[in-house]
Design a protein around this ligand. Structure first.
Ligand code: ATP
Length: 375
């Protein structure tokens, strides 16, 4: 691989190619040999992939900062004359869809893997042929959502199994985004389902509008909002109480698999939101009660399950073609996950598989403490 040529194309802040490329890992990604950046470095996003045989760079999706204090955050993050676009932040997993060669569109996960199952899903859910004919250098950034995906399980009333929502269209090589209004028009033209747009607001009215969107989303158990400048160059996120509690419940159902930072950051989000918006003592106590339940109940449930000989982990259900599900299970095992298939049957001409990603640390450590081990 000609590192110098790719270095120039990546427009990194590193002073020379080796400073950047020492962080890349070489992997087999499907049929390709890929050079993948596992964490953001020198101005290049996590999950950036170089497919040398296709002479292609696929930039990672940038990290989106979060504000904890909504009003102060909006004021400091956006310029005084800025228009703020508020879009729904969906709770699924990030997919980048690109077309780099003769194999048809490919779906990359955040970490820079080509997921065979997700690739099949995006080909089925989006009419990609004409789009990539017209825009071969673009990448669609989308969220795969719904109760039946291999990575997340959040329920949406409007989604029975799985669905895709496009929230960004970027240049595959430079990561430059298309401005929000143009992107929304473009997606509408190709019939790509999109994340909901709450509206465009002057900075001075954004806090009130976003808080009202957050209250509505919270009541429906949905995740939150991403605020964006019109050019989509700057983005910031803010999430609902129900999302924080769901994440805490997930973390405490597998208490020794998700780190302490994960838990602390969710509680901190709650504390800032409560300080800003919980006007009555009663409301604050109600939140404290719900927060406590989301921590204690799943943890006790897990301890009891392990005590009675059960296995714990993340449970997923997927449906699709025979080969793509086999490829998915191989892919997950290649990532060193312990996958236990619990159900495997056919329904309406499709294969349906329910599987558990076993949480090894939680199982081992809980067993150890239950047998009297000291902490
Ligand atoms: P980070 O963004 O800091 O890497 P993270 O990986 O924990 O954090 P999230 O907190 O889930 O990610 O937030 C960012 C993700 O939100 C994006 O990567 C994208 O997949 C998802 N997302 C969902 N809806 C939208 C939207 N409307 N606009 C932008 N991103 C969205």
């Amino acid at each position: 691989m000609d590192e110098r040529a790719y270095f120039e194309r990546l427009d990194s802040t590193a002073s020379d190619p080796s400073e950047l490329f020492e962080h890349f890992e070489q992997r087999s990604v499907g049929e390709y040999t890929a050079h993948v950046l596992p964490s953001a470095r020198h101005g290049v996003e996590r999950g950036t992939v170089i497919l040398d045989s296709a002479d292609a760079i696929v930039r990672g999706y940038p990290s989106i900062p979060r504000v904890l204090a909504l009003d102060a955050g909006v004021t400091s993050f956006f310029d005084s004359g800025a228009t703020v676009f508020a879009e729904e932040k969906l709770d699924g997993f990030n997919v980048r869809v690109v077309d780099v060669g003769d194999d048809g569109p490919l779906a990359f996960t955040r970490g820079g893997y080509i997921c065979p199952y997700t690739t099949a899903r995006v080909r089925e859910l989006l009419d990609l042929g004409e789009f990539f004919e017209e825009y071969p250098g673009k990448m669609l950034c989308a969220e795969l959502i719904g109760p039946e995906t291999p990575y997340t399980t959040h329920d949406y009333e409007e989604v029975d199994s799985h669905a895709i929502r496009v929230f960004d269209v970027r240049d595959r090589e430079s990561a430059a985004p298309i401005a929000v209004p143009e992107r929304r028009d473009l997606c509408a033209r190709y019939d790509f389902p999109q994340s909901r747009l709450f509206g465009r607001y002057d900075r001075s009215e954004a806090t009130e509008a976003v808080w009202s969107a957050i209250e509505e989303l919270d009541a429906e158990g949905r995740e939150g909002v991403v605020m964006k400048t019109a050019d989509s160059d700057s983005m910031v996120k803010y999430t609902t109480e129900s999302k924080h509690h769901d994440e805490l419940a997930d973390a405490f159902s597998l208490p020794f698999d998700l780190g302490r930072d994960f838990v602390f950051s969710r509680i901190t989000r709650e504390a800032f939101q409560a300080a800003e918006f919980d006007e009555s003592d009663e409301r604050l106590r109600e939140r404290a009660h719900d927060l406590g339940e989301s921590i204690l109940l799943p943890a006790v449930d897990t301890i009891r399950k392990i005590e009675s000989g059960g296995t714990v982990g993340e449970r997923h259900r997927v449906r699709g073609g025979n080969d793509e599900i086999d490829a998915l299970l191989d892919h997950l095992r290649d990532l060193s996950l312990t996958v236990e298939v619990e159900e495997d049957y056919r329904e309406n001409g499709q294969r349906v598989v329910e599987f558990l990603k076993v949480a090894e640390s939680t199982t081992d450590r809980t067993t150890y403490y239950l047998e009297g081990g000291t902490y």
